[in-house]
Structures are given as structure tokens and as C-alpha cells.
Design a binder for this molecule. Sequence first.
Ligand SMILES: NC(=O)c1ccc[n+]([C@@H]2O[C@H](COP(=O)([O-])OP(=O)(O)OC[C@H]3O[C@@H](n4cnc5c(N)ncnc54)[C@H](O)[C@@H]3O)[C@@H](O)[C@H]2O)c1
Ligand SMILES: [Zn+2]
Length: 357
Amino acid sequence: MPAFVVQTPVRRYIAKVERGILGRVPYYLPDTAGKVFVVTTEDVWKAHGRIFSRGMAGREHAVLFHPGGEERKRLSTVEDLAVQMVEGGADRTALVVGFGGGIVNDVSGFLASIFMRGVGVVQVPTTLLAQVDAAVGGKTGVNLTSGKNLIGTFHQPLTVLIDPEVLSTLPEREYRAGLYEVIKCGVIRSEKLFRLMATRVAAVLARRADVVDEMIAESVRIKAEVVSSDEKESDLRRILNFGHTVGHALEAETAYSRFLHGEAVAIGMKAAVHLALLMEHLSADHAMEIMQAIDAYGPVPPTTGIAPEALMGRLASDKKTMHGQVHFVLPRKVGAVRVVTGIDQDLIYSAIKSALR
Ligand SMILES: NC(=O)c1ccc[n+]([C@@H]2O[C@H](COP(=O)([O-])OP(=O)(O)OC[C@H]3O[C@@H](n4cnc5c(N)ncnc54)[C@H](O)[C@@H]3O)[C@@H](O)[C@H]2O)c1
Ligand SMILES: [Zn+2]
């Protein structure tokens, strides 16, 4: 099974995709590490904790629970976890294992980055979104009441262990939301992955092992490649934001309650495709193929009551925080995109309007 190298200025590490790896975690923990603190949520632990613990084969580990949910992805929960680590005897050699969805990965990465000025973290992501996106790349963070991920660090994991088997218990809607990020990876960088998603819909939805393993591996390969060339937020890494410009605006406009992240990205990708068409960056055939692939994994919650003007307003306020530039990642064809700024407001408006229909 595949392993992908992530090369960053601070660390070179492996992201491994392997069925059953959940039962073999200790083989991938550094010998030099001291006490192991597994950060997880109740539901993940209930579903997969036994396999994890049995696999630890006597290696001592404390299990710390995060309550889960965006509203609890906060500094206060990080402090609670840090207190529990101290009480559990953690020192500078402590190792954090983030065992859960993207929220757990972000929180445990952040915790590890600041605990005693930084300890190691191993990520064991359990949602499709976390496996193909959140766990690789070293971005960590928590929310403020004023916005998502406003506090955070870059803290690369020591390794990322991805077991596609754990997806068997993932709720359907969470799974589908993750699939949109996989489609994103295909559109930005892999025609092969895109074709898999476009042609094997039934197998993907049935979570057939061979297809699931391939789509995860290809997505992780792409994320590892992009992150390796550019750890911090600059040009190449920006391509991962395909669908996210409008997606983030939609999430914020609906107070993070109507759409799952991936669902908002699906609508955002449609807006970007409309924009690419209007700007003649993309042929109608390719645009149609991308739209059909997105729709094949729907439906997403309805966009009723969301005015394009409101989303334009969100983009304008984002603009202030991004040096006056709103970036759009626009497909040129399936498998290739370009990052474009300074786009005419009327075109953006039309594209958003079409995507909300
Ligand atoms: N750091 C990054 O680069 C990055 C990238 C993308 C997203 N994120 C972050 O990820 C978060 C979203 O992550 P998410 O979509 O994974 O949501 P999540 O972490 O809230 O997980 C979704 C739900 O599924 C449950 N769950 C997880 N794995 C399960 C399993 N195998 N079986 C059954 N239930 C399971 C969780 O407990 C939770 O209730 C956001 O906060 C976002 O900001 C970070
Ligand atoms: Zn995303």
C-alpha cells in the first residue's frame, strides 16, 4: 500500500495509506517518544478504540476526549487537554496522537505545537475529509467567536497513518462531503482521479474497498506533492482552494450550520466552473463533465434564501484580510487550474448566481 513523502523545510515525513494500519500504530511511533496521549472523540473511540488499543500492544497510552464540534474547537478545550496531559505526567518527550476527524486533527496538532513549546504529533485521521486533506500539511488551529481557524500554527506531524477501514462507520453525509474534496483534487491536478470519481460513482458511494483506497491514495499523493513544494500559503498551495473562495463565503453566510464544509465547497466549485466558462478559460465540455461529477454525489442542502449579493459582501470583507485580493482558482481543463485575481465583479456575481440556482 502506498506511502507518500511530505518534504517541508522543518521535517520530512510519511503519509501512509493502509487498510488495518490502525492496529499497527506503535510501529510508526518514534522510539524516543515518552508518554503517548491519544486525543479523540467519544464516537470515534467507541467505534474504533478497541482495535487501536489492542494494536498498541501494551505500549502505555492515555486517552483524552475532545467534545467535538466546531463550537468546541476552541482555545479553552485545548487548555483542558493540556491540563490533562500535565496531570497524566507529560513532559517534553510526550507524544500526541490525533485520532479523529479534522477537528481532532486541528486541535491535537495545535495542542502539540504549544505544549511545553512543542511536542510531536502523529495524525490518525478518521473522516474522509481529514484523510484526504486536514491531516496532511501541518496546518493546525482553533476558532474564535469572530471567525474560524483564526488562531493556529504550522506544526508538521511526525507521520500520518490513514486507515480507509475506519470509514465504514462514517455517517453517509460526512462521507459524501469528503468526496467533494476528492473531486477537487482531481480537477486541480489529476485527470485520472477525476475520471475515477466521474465513472465509478456507484462503487464510490458503496465504499468499495479498491475504489476507496485508490481515491484516498491519489488525493493524499496530490496533497503531499503540493504541500512539499510549498509549506506556507503561497501560489501552488493556493490551488487547493479550488471551490473554497465561494465555499467559505457560503459557510460564513449560513453561520456554519446549513452546509458541511465539503458541501459548501461543492457549490463553490460550481461557481468557479461558471466563472471559468464566462472568462473562456474552460471549454463547455469540460465544464459539463465537472458539473456532472459534482452532482453525481449530491444532493447538497438547498441554497434557498441565500442572495448572491450577500456572498459578494462576504468576498469583499475577505478581501480586506487578504491584501485586497480575492483569489479564484479556475479550471483550465480537467486536471489543471490557474489562480486568478482582479476579476470583474459582474462576472463573479453572474457565476455565483448560476451556482446558487
Ligand atoms: N488543517 C487543515 O489543513 C484542514 C483542512 C480541511 C479541514 N480542516 C478542518 O477540519 C474540520 C472538519 O473536519 P471533519 O469534516 O473531519 O469534521 P469532524 O472532525 O467534526 O468529524 C465529523 C464527525 O464525524 C465523527 N467521526 C469522525 N470519524 C468517524 C468515523 N470513522 N466513524 C464515525 N464517526 C466519525 C466525528 O466525531 C464528528 O462527529 C474543520 O474544523 C476544518 O477547519 C482542516
Ligand atoms: Zn476544504
